[in-house]
Design a protein around this ligand. Structure first.
Ligand code: HEC
Length: 136
C-alpha cells in the first residue's frame, strides 16, 4: 500500500512538471521563434532591396545563433537540425559573395530554398509565407 501511494505521488509530480513545462513554452515565444521572425524580416527587406537594385544590408551576424538557439520544448528537433543550420549559413555566405544582379537574384532564391528545406523537416507551418519571397 505504501509503495502504491508513492507511485501515485511520483505520477502526480511528473504530470505537474510536464504541465508546467508545456505552459512555460506557450507563454512566450522561444528564442528560435524570435530569431525566425527577424530572419523573415530580413528576407522580405532583402527582396525589396534587390528589386530596387540597392546594395546588400550589413551581414546579419546574429543568424549564426541558428544552430545553438533553443527551440520550443514541446517540438521534436531531429538530428539533422545542425545540418540544415549549416547549409543555411553556407548559402547566406554565398549570397554575400554575389558579384552581379543576376547572381544575387539566384543566390537569394537558393537562400529562400534553404529556409524551406529545413522547414519541410522541422516546421511546415510557415512555408507558405516563406515561399512568397522567391524572385522571378
Ligand atoms: C535549421 C532549420 C531552420 C531554418 C534554416 C529556418 N527555419 Fe524558420 N523555423 C525553424 C523552426 C524549428 C521553427 C519553429 C520555432 C519554434 O516554434 O520554436 C521555425 C519557425 C519559423 C517561423 C515562425 C516563427 C513564429 O512566429 O513562431 C518563421 C516565420 C520562420 N521560421 C521563417 C524562416 C525563414 C524566413 C527562414 C530563412 C531565412 C527560416 N525560417 C529558416 C527552423 C528553421
Amino acid at each position: 500500500m505504501k509503495s502504491m501511494s508513492r507511485n501515485k505521488s511520483i505520477i502526480f509530480l511528473f504530470s505537474l512538471f510536464a504541465l508546467l513545462s508545456i505552459s512555460a513554452s506557450y507563454k512566450k515565444p522561444s528564442q528560435m521563434a524570435k530569431l525566425m521572425k527577424k530572419m523573415l524580416e530580413y528576407i522580405k527587406e532583402e527582396k525589396v532591396r534587390i528589386e530596387k537594385s540597392e546594395p546588400l544590408t550589413a551581414f546579419p551576424k546574429y543568424f549564426k545563433k541558428l544552430s545553438t538557439v533553443k527551440v520550443t520544448k514541446t517540438k521534436d528537433i531531429p538530428a539533422e537540425h545542425q545540418h540544415y543550420s549549416e547549409k543555411f549559413l553556407h548559402d547566406l555566405n554565398v549570397y554575400y559573395t554575389s558579384s552581379n544582379p543576376e547572381q544575387r537574384k539566384s543566390n537569394f532564391n537558393l537562400l529562400v530554398q534553404s529556409c524551406i528545406s529545413c522547414h519541410e523537416q522541422e516546421c511546415p507551418g510557415p512555408i507558405v509565407v516563406i515561399k512568397k519571397n522567391f524572385m522571378e
